[in-house]
Design a binder for this molecule. Structure first.
Ligand SMILES: C[S@@+](CC[C@H](N)C(=O)[O-])C[C@H]1O[C@@H](n2cnc3c(N)ncnc32)[C@H](O)[C@@H]1O
Length: 288
């Protein structure tokens, strides 16, 4: 990354921090729905990394701590979990949850995932659930995870896969851009929701960071909610890039955009509620 790109990346991260600070409560309020949506893929990440009693785990972009608590339960009091995130406001929710659960073996640290600054070779596993795609330089994020791992340790990330397998995200983005009279965006653009969904990209990034035995598994993870309205409520309460696109519009234009989005997302209504198709990539790498 050259100096101009580096400056751009820092500005991007400041904006991301502000957005996640602002939406920390909204994300945390949806904890139960997120937990149900991501239960199986989270379980798979923990199993792939071989996380068990006594393990030391680095949780990158931990957010409100959904996966942190699950990992803390697995590693038990002889283990350790360091939950890190760019946003202090969202990480406070993780800290409070760990305190309430009585998990003295969980610590939190506000840190950019591209510069976590933990001691080298100090963790058995590193995970990052739905965070790495937001990094302007995901290769640096993976290099940090690699550096933190002990030889023999595993890293696992969860990101969204290709646009066609995640139609709700594509519909949100295309409809918002249309109402904002903005040109279409490259779905794989840096720091975007689908930025790591390009086939083969995340494996290459893991390998370049030094990981061996890299393997990506596609996981079907439909988002099941009572209605499309519930999904929109979730989107409005997360730091979705859609909010930045629609933010500057006049209220009537914004309302029209949300109405069209809701109508289009209504296509995923089934006799058993709303089922938003969603595909995730779980990538595992091993530090030799
Ligand atoms: C979609 S949330 C996921 C949170 C949590 N891992 C979960 O699955 O519930 C994305 C998180 O990534 C964090 N994030 C974004 N950019 C980051 C960066 N450069 N370094 C660390 N965290 C970052 C945000 O603050 C936010 O908490």
């Amino acid at each position: 990354m050259n100096a101009a790109m580096q400056t751009g990346a820092e500005e991007f991260k400041s904006a991301a921090r502000a957005a996640w600070n602002q939406h920390a409560k909204g994300w945390n309020d949806h904890d139960a729905e997120i937990g149900t949506w991501l239960r199986d893929p989270t379980e798979a990440m923990i199993a792939m990394c071989g996380i068990g009693a006594g393990a030391r785990v680095l949780d990158v972009a931990a957010g409100a701590g959904g996966q942190t608590l699950e990992i803390a339960r697995r590693v038990g009091p002889t283990g350790f979990v360091l939950a890190t995130d760019l946003s202090p406001a969202i990480l406070d929710f993780a800290k409070e949850k760990a305190r309430r659960a009585g998990y003295a073996h969980v610590e939190t640290r506000v840190a950019d995932g591209e510069q976590i600054g933990v001691a080298e070779v100090s963790f058995d596993a590193a995970i990052c659930r739905l965070g790495l795609m937001f990094f302007p330089d995901p290769a640096r994020g993976l290099a940090e995870m690699f550096r933190a791992l002990k030889p023999g340790g595993h890293a696992c990330t969860m990101v969204f896969s290709a646009p066609e397998a995640n139609p709700c995200i594509s519909i949100l983005m295309a409809t918002a851009l249309k109402h904002a009279k903005a040109p279409p965006r490259d779905p794989f653009g840096r720091g975007g929701l689908l930025s790591l969904g390009k086939p083969g990209l995340i494996d290459q990034l893991f390998e370049r960071a030094g990981f061996a035995r890299v393997a990506t598994t596609k996981v079907n993870a439909p988002f099941r909610l009572p209605s499309a309205k519930h999904y929109l409520d979730f989107v409005r309460n997360s730091a979705s890039p859609i909010l930045q696109i629609l933010g500057p519009l006049a209220e009537s234009a914004r309302k029209a955009a949300w109405a069209e989005i809701e109508e289009k997302l209504g296509a995923f209504t089934t006799p058993h509620g709303w089922v938003g198709p969603n595909e995730l990539l779980l990538t595992l790498g091993h530090r030799p």
